[in-house]
Design a protein around this ligand. Structure first.
Ligand code: ACO
Length: 429
């Protein structure tokens, strides 16, 4: 039976269809509202607005559920690799062995970056943030790899997707090497995706990098946990920019810019900075908790809270366990992990955090994992961006293939001055 909601405006009743998703979620379809009533809706931050129908990722913030194409993220973290998960997100199904081999070969074939791009990398100021460099370089990819008219649209998309997945990882490592003033390390055909990244980051002519399969696996898990998260800020940016029919590189570059923000992907860097401050403060977290609760202070407990999760973020649970495993592996101890665990304990007992349903999110523990791997602080958000690529790509693809595709163009409610005349400059007070 078709369900509907009724809305009464100036005594007149309008019926709005209710659409039900495959997990039973119900939404009111307001797409005809303006046509029928002349009114639009106001929803700051789109907190109540579903901007699309999507079959990629399901999350339930109340029950702490996250699934990619129906498969729980915990199962993927345990059994899959990042490349296989990327295939799943982009193509909708897990690959057969043959498909996975072919995909891996294609990723390897596209892993090298055009030599002329090096000049760009080398001319960024040393202090430039790698996220700024990455978004610029991803946008520049279209200039170096222009569309080839002989290819079908599908071939062009497939090649751009593979290029992005493969080259972004190479460019991330390149920007780190250039930042350090070290010799570049090229991708190797005999290494897997994650192993190649670690090797490009840490191998050097004076100290060859010894690949540790445990760290490779941890990196796979890190990237799998970040691979998609339905309509978050950066994904919404990719879809919005993509809706104007720009090329894939430009849309992804917009997503990277959105991810850079400290309320989004930049939070992993901000968490480690906050934990370091608490540690430097002798471990006293009371002033930080007090500031986070003070309405007159813009400070927030970084790595806490989420627009959708109102219970423990399932990714944070896996990441927390991984901290101990990775630290054990590198035979290290990180005092910031002790600070993080104590901070979580204190916050989760505090009425403010309980009442506001604020729990650790994925960024709360991810920085500690990255630190243990030797990834420098300013590369943290880049690591997130590499992980989020399959999500951005699959959401972009779904959006351009949607038969109901529309350019994204929200409305507003105008609150400025009413019409008034232009005043010549000599007559102004
Ligand atoms: N510390 C203290 N208070 C918080 C926090 C926090 N981390 N997060 C939310 N709140 C409070 C707000 O002050 C607000 O309180 P009020 O209702 O009394 O005014 C209430 O909780 C709701 O907060 P909103 O900002 O309305 O929630 P929103 O859904 O818009 O924001 C966000 C979600 C941006 C993630 C927020 O929780 C936050 O700023 N967290 C810290 C930054 C962070 O960790 N970001 C990473 C998110 S995960 C990701 O992007 C990968």
């Amino acid at each position: 039976m078709k369900q509907s909601a009724k809305i009464i405006i100036d005594g007149k009743t309008f019926e709005l269809p209710i659409i039900t998703g495959s997990e039973g979620e119900r939404v009111i379809d307001i797409s005809r509202l303006r046509k029928d009533t002349g009114l639009v809706t106001l929803d700051p931050g789109f907190a109540n607005t579903a901007s699309c129908q999507s079959s990629i990722t399901f999350m339930d913030g109340e029950r702490g559920i996250l699934r990619y194409r129906g498969i729980p993220v915990g199962q993927l973290a345990e059994h899959s690799t990042f490349v296989e998960t990327a295939y799943l997100l982009i193509n909708g199904e897990l690959p057969t062995q043959k498909q996975l081999n072919r995909f891996s070969v294609m990723l390897n074939d596209h892993s090298v970056v055009h030599e002329d791009m090096r000049a760009f990398f080398e001319n960024f100021p040393r202090w430039a943030h790698p996220m700024g460099i990455l978004s610029s370089m991803v946008n520049a990819l279209r200039a170096f790899y222009p569309e080839i008219l002989e290819r079908t649209e599908e071939e062009e998309i497939n090649i751009s997707v593979t290029r992005l997945l493969s080259k972004v990882r190479t460019m991330a490592a390149m920007s780190y090497k250039i930042f350090r003033g070290h010799k570049l390390v090229y991708p190797r055909h005999d290494l897997t995706y994650a192993a190649n990244f670690l090797n490009m980051m840490f191998d050097s002519p004076v100290r060859p990098y010894v690949i540790d399969e445990h760290l490779v696996q941890a990196l796979n898990v890190f990237w799998i946990l970040h691979a998609d998260h339905e309509q978050n800020c950066s994904t919404a940016a990719v879809r919005l920019v993509g809706s104007a029919k720009v090329n894939l590189y430009a849309a992804i570059s917009a997503g990277i810019c959105a991810l850079w923000g400290s309320l989004h992907g930049g939070a992993n860097q901000a968490v480690v900075e906050m934990l370091s401050q608490i540690h430097a403060n002798g471990g006293d977290m009371a002033p930080f908790i007090a500031r986070a609760k003070d309405k007159n202070d813009p400070f927030r407990l970084m790595g806490f809270g989420h627009r959708v999760y109102k219970s423990y973020d399932p990714r944070a649970r896996i990441m927390k366990k991984m901290c101990d495993r990775v630290l054990d592996r590198v035979k290290g101890h990180d005092p910031l992990l002790d600070v993080a665990k104590r901070l979580e304990e204190v916050a989760l007992k505090d009425p403010y955090f309980i009442d506001h349903h604020l729990y650790p999110n994925v960024d709360f523990y991810s920085g500690i994992v990255l630190r243990a791997m030797g990834i420098p602080l300013n590369m943290f958000t880049v690591m997130f961006a590499i992980g989020r690529l399959p999500g951005w790509i699959s959401q972009w693809k779904e959006s351009i293939e949607d038969p109901n595709w529309k350019i994204h163009r929200p409305r507003q409610i105008y609150t400025g001055p009413n019409e008034r005349d232009y005043v010549p400059i000599q007559e102004r007070d």
